[in-house]
Design a protein. Structure first.
Ligand code: IPM
Ligand code: MG
Length: 370
């Protein structure tokens, strides 16, 4: 039990963001009661909601709130069909999401991919390939590589010919710090790190491989293997059970984490944590579902709130060290799934025990189960 009040910024954003955020806060309030905790939750607009409310994707007041908070619970931003005239630098993906990652130095992105055994039918792989269960942690570097490298621009080289440049750049310390995160995470799991690179083609890949190998010497209890990214993509489909922790640079991690997500049956099941440096015993973190805004189903009570709810569990665990409360949320999600409740994305008529429910009903069941 703790008497500390944890101060949270809740930025629901666009599309399904507000609906799934509502369920996550419901669960957080249930945990607060059950474990006698105190959460001071302030909601603020971001994304197109920020543009509508204050003229920019990350309004100053929202950023200020984030600075004063212990952690950020984030929904999702970006609506591809909205106003194509807004310059790309001001659109929510870059101006809010990437900006926040950089602003708070959230270099470590953890994306746990776990296939619940009751959802085996929702996984695109055969039961045989699912083995004894798929449980992979993608550790993605989040503030470097091609996303942020300079120069980054589009220029005209001759009449009618444009040239676009993105720069992939990593320094030793950037690779070291994310490698430490991966090895430490592996120590708490099945003690294996697969480091992903493209060392056969990219300078970045060669440096990545060297630095990760050096860092691995600090973790003799963890097995390290290196894998080219193309092979990694294939191996995820062929034999995902071989992976424990996959350590990836920013772009490779973006791609492989979506691929891995498919194995869990739905993007709607996957939470994520983006962490900065640890300060004392508290780590500032940014917690969001791995999926996007899903505009096609927004506002219809169809979205799966589990990714957002599991993101709350990650926040309690990684930022606040509230392991019992985090476990209670994980268990409540498992119970809801075991009891047959399914949002549309994880529903299969072939499963006789499955009962299709909406966003709200799923949230209610999980809140009642903590
Ligand atoms: C993710 C998303 C983002 C990324 C987009 C929305 C900018 O795909 O978090 O994986 O590419 O990092
Ligand atoms: Mg992505």
């Amino acid at each position: 039990m703790s008497s500390k009040t944890f101060k949270l910024a809740a930025l629901a954003g666009d599309g399904i963001g507000p609906e799934v955020m509502r369920e996550a806060i419901k669960v957080l309030r249930a945990v607060e009661k059950r474990f006698s905790l105190q959460f001071d939750i302030t909601e603020a607009p971001v994304g197109w909601a920020g543009i509508d409310a204050a003229g920019k994707a990350l309004p100053d007041t929202t950023l200020e709130l984030c600075r004063k908070s212990d952690s950020i619970l984030f929904g999702s931003v970006g609506l591809p069909d909205r106003d194509p005239t807004i310059p790309k630098e001001e659109r929510p993906e870059r101006a809010a999401l990437l900006r926040l990652r950089k602003e708070f130095s959230l270099f470590a992105n953890l994306r746990p991919v776990k296939l619940y055994k009751q959802l085996a039918h929702a996984c695109p792989l055969s039961l045989e390939r699912q083995g004894n269960g798929i449980d992979v942690l993608v550790v993605r570097e989040l503030t470097g590589g091609m996303y942020f490298g300079q120069p980054k621009k589009t220029e005209q080289v001759s009449p009618g010919v444009m040239r676009a440049i993105d720069t992939m750049v990593y320094t030793t310390p950037e690779i070291e710090r994310i490698a430490h995160v991966a090895f430490k995470a592996a120590q708490l799991r099945r003690k294996k790190v697969t480091s992903i690179d493209k060392a056969n083609v990219l300078e970045n890949g060669v440096l990545w491989r060297d630095v990760v190998t050096t860092v691995s010497k600090h973790y003799p209890d963890v097995a390290l293997e290196h894998m080219f990214v193309d092979n990694g993509a294939m191996q995820l489909m062929l034999k995902p059970t071989q992976f424990d922790v996959m350590l990836c640079e920013n772009m490779f991690g973006d791609i492989l984490s979506d691929e891995a997500a498919a194995l869990a049956g739905s993007l709607g099941m996957l939470p994520s944590a983006s962490l900065g440096a640890t300060n004392g015993n508290q780590t500032f973190g940014f917690y969001e579902p791995a999926g996007g805004t899903a505009p096609d189903i927004a506002g219809k009570n169809l979205a799966n709130p589990i990714a957002q709810i599991l993101s709350v569990a990650l926040m309690l665990r990684y930022s606040f060290g509230l392991n019992d409360a985090a476990n209670a949320i994980d268990d409540a999600v498992t119970k809801a799934i075991a009891s047959g409740l399914r949002t549309g994305d994880i529903y299969s008529a072939a499963d006789a025990t499955a009962k299709k429910v909406g966003t709200r009903e799923m949230g209610d069941a999980i809140a009642a189960g903590v």
